[in-house]
Ligand binder design. Structure first.
Ligand code: SF4
Length: 645
């Protein structure tokens, strides 16, 4: 199958920035050949000038190049002047961005004060009523005319004052018009922005930046790709602001942001980024900087690839078709291989570190939801009996020495593949590099028990690995493939982000039936294993824990998001697969947590409204009972399990 699609990036095989037009935000331009700009958003009350100024300064000191501040009403919009003046007085002239939802008058006031305004096309003109309406073309055009009338004053103010504008679509807050026509889809997100962009162009206003955010990394990546595709078709080249909304906090929030933002940056897409964590904004900036540094810009692959050779649709998720070999490939979940080959010995302690704990008193094993499916032991001996649900992989020569080879499988290198015909075993792992396609792969075509281990001899160049997957598909080769990357861990935080980007951008496209990390660090077994499961969850290919869709908080936030998120996490973190939205305000919260099974939303000072999916189930209850009530609702639904001690 070949899709006659246009490319969504400058190159699929080499790192090349997708060239957009330059847009000035105050004195700091973005897009064109400018570096990728870093930005973040304050969480203080915008009416509290000093707190907002001081938080902005802390953000600037960590490397924030633009500061975004919410302006929910005209009063906050006017107060941006005081904030700006105070920042200038203290020697900071960082460009400010006003964040607007619902209130055109606040946008029009702010656009005369700050360097950029952000509007959400889903709620700038329209109030959401969750109505499904069938529009005729005439009715649809009448709606666009209504938008033009309400939106054009802001465009004119921006033109006069040299103010930039971000038209920022959120997956969770699309208008009823867009939802009715396109549904809750990447295409709907793109059209939501383009309706507004076309009006800007009618008024010859081009100081525009676009974004397509979602808390679902897959939807987010597809929407940005589709946006480029559609912009190209309409002769547009506006810079792109990248972000994953409601990424959460801690390790999960960082991994999720790296998977979404990093996948696009890796393809040269993106001109400015904001990492949204449920943490103080000054924590977001270093993560954003590290993500930009973690992009692998080395292109080891010299071949180019045209859109016509792409055997899959990059705008829609579909897992690459592979044969099921044992428990790998086909429709099996993506398997995790823990590398124990650098452990001094392999015993109960090491297995316990990866979630398989032996309980001697009961003579049984206890497995966590993040126990790997295979362990690789290299040439090491094992002194204990490994439980049957964990497969063992050993180097070929060592494998030959095992007396019983039940549940132990050989790993062969390139030069050993002539031995395959003599092997009598259910699974044979064959390690190859992306460059081995021509030399090796066709020699394996007749064997049905092969699992390829695609290594990273090319320094984790996922573009080279992607090319390998494309070659497999174009040759109708359906071997299951385990992606194996190699890291030398000097800094665990940087390692975490790099791994999330390298694996995430392949998993998002449906590539890979297993994942494996090799490192120089024998002590980080637990962290590496957790990281792999975190990447699978963030890429939405294997769910092994509760997912929190927590907003990053802003000046509208009605409770302490960090404390409440921790509280909810403590009570619910064992509920594998349950998605809980934790949103600071009722104005945007319900829309933003579109994907969640349950929602905990601030609806007034000390008041919380609880949701089951999109339905309100407790309205305005006192916050001190709200977490208990949330747990009660999960129990009512039969989704509760008791925590294992
Ligand atoms: S959902 Fe959170 S970040 Fe979004 S507007 Fe409300 S409080 Fe601010």
């Amino acid at each position: 199958m070949t899709n006659p699609i246009s490319l969504y990036c400058a190159s699929l095989t080499k790192y090349k920035r997708y060239k957009t037009r330059e847009v000035f935000v105050g004195k700091i331009p973005l897009g064109g050949s400018n570096p990728i700009r870093i930005q973040s958003m304050t969480t203080t009350d915008t009416m509290d000038t000093i707190a907002t100024v001081e938080q902005s300064i802390r953000m600037i000191k960590t490397g924030c190049e633009y500061v975004r501040i919410t302006a929910p009403s005209i009063n906050e919009a006017y107060n941006l002047k005081h904030i700006k003046d105070e920042l200038h007085k203290r020697g900071y002239d960082v460009p400010l961005i006003a964040d607007i939802h619902f209130t055109p008058n606040a946008a029009e006031a702010a656009a005369k004060i700050v360097e950029k305004v952000r509007i959400n096309p889903g709620n700038y003109i329209d109030k959401k009523k969750f109505q499904q309406i069938e529009y005729t073309n005439e009715q649809y055009n009448a709606e666009i005319a209504r938008i033009r009338e309400r939106f054009s004053p802001l465009v004119n103010i921006c033109k006069i004052h040299g103010t930039a504008m971000r038209i920022g679509t959120n997956h969770g807050s699309l208008s009823d018009r867009i939802m009715s026509r396109y549904g809750d889809t990447p295409l709907g997100m793109v059209e939501s922005a383009l309706e507004f962009v076309r009006i800007c162009e009618e008024f010859d206003f081009h100081n525009i930046v676009l974004s397509m955010k979602s808390s679902n990394t897959r939807v987010m990546v597809q929407a940005y790709r589709l946006l480029i595709n559609k912009m190209e078709a309409e002769g547009m080249n506006y810079p792109l602001h990248l972000g994953v909304t409601e990424a959460g906090d801690g390790e999960d929030g960082r991994i999720k942001s790296a998977v979404g933002i990093g996948t696009l940056l890796n393809d040269g897409i993106g001109d400015t980024i904001r990492v949204s964590l449920t943490e103080p904004p000054e924590n977001e900036v270093p993560v954003a900087i590290s993500i930009t540094k973690s992009i692998n810009k080395h292109s080891y692959n010299t071949q180019s690839l045209s859109a016509k050779e792409l055997p899959y649709n990059p705008f829609e998720y579909q897992r690459r078709k592979s044969d099921r070999v044992g428990s790998i490939g086909g429709s099996e979940v993506i398997r995790v291989i823990a590398d124990l080959s650098n452990q001094a010995q392999i015993g109960y302690e090491q297995l316990s570190e990866i979630g398989a704990a032996y309980l001697p008193d009961l003579d049984k094993w206890n497995f966590s939801d993040q126990t790997p499916d295979f362990v690789f032991i290299g040439d090491k001996k094992i002194w204990i009996e490994i439980p049957n649900n964990i497969g063992v992989i050993a180097n070929y020569q060592s494998w030959l020495t095992f007396k019983t080879q039940n549940n132990i499988f050989p790993l062969l290198k390139n030069e050993q593949i002539n031995k395959i015909k003599d092997l009598n075993t259910k699974l044979i792992f064959v390690e190859i590099s992306p460059n081995d396609f021509q030399n090796v792969i066709l020699k394996l075509a007749d064997f049905k028990n092969i699992i390829l281990v695609l290594n990273s001899d090319l320094q984790n160049d996922s573009r080279a690995q992607r090319k390998f997957f494309i070659d497999l598909m174009n040759n109708q080769l359906v071997f299951p493939v385990v992606i194996k990357n190699k890291y030398s861990i000097e800094n665990i935080d940087e390692f975490r982000l790099s791994a999330a980007i390298d694996f995430g951008n392949l998993l998002i496209d449906g590539f890979g039936d297993g994942v494996w990390i090799k490192t120089n660090d024998a002590k980080k077994l637990t962290g590496i294993n957790r990281n792999l499961f975190g990447i699978l969850q963030a890429s939405r290919v294997r769910i092994s824990k509760t997912e929190y869709i927590a907003c990053p908080s802003c000046g509208r936030t009605l409770f302490d998001l960090v404390d409440v998120t921790n509280d909810i996490r403590k009570r619910t973190e064992h509920l594998k697969g349950v998605k809980i939205g934790i949103m600071g305000c009722i104005v945007n919260g319900p829309g933003e947590m579109a994907d969640a099974d349950y929602g905990y939303v601030g609806s007034g000072p000390g008041k919380i409204t609880l949701y089951r999916s999109k339905e309100v189930v407790r309205r305005n209850i006192p916050s001190k009972y709200a977490v208990d009530e949330l747990v009660g609702i999960i129990k009512e639904d039969g989704n509760w399990v008791e925590k294992l001690k």
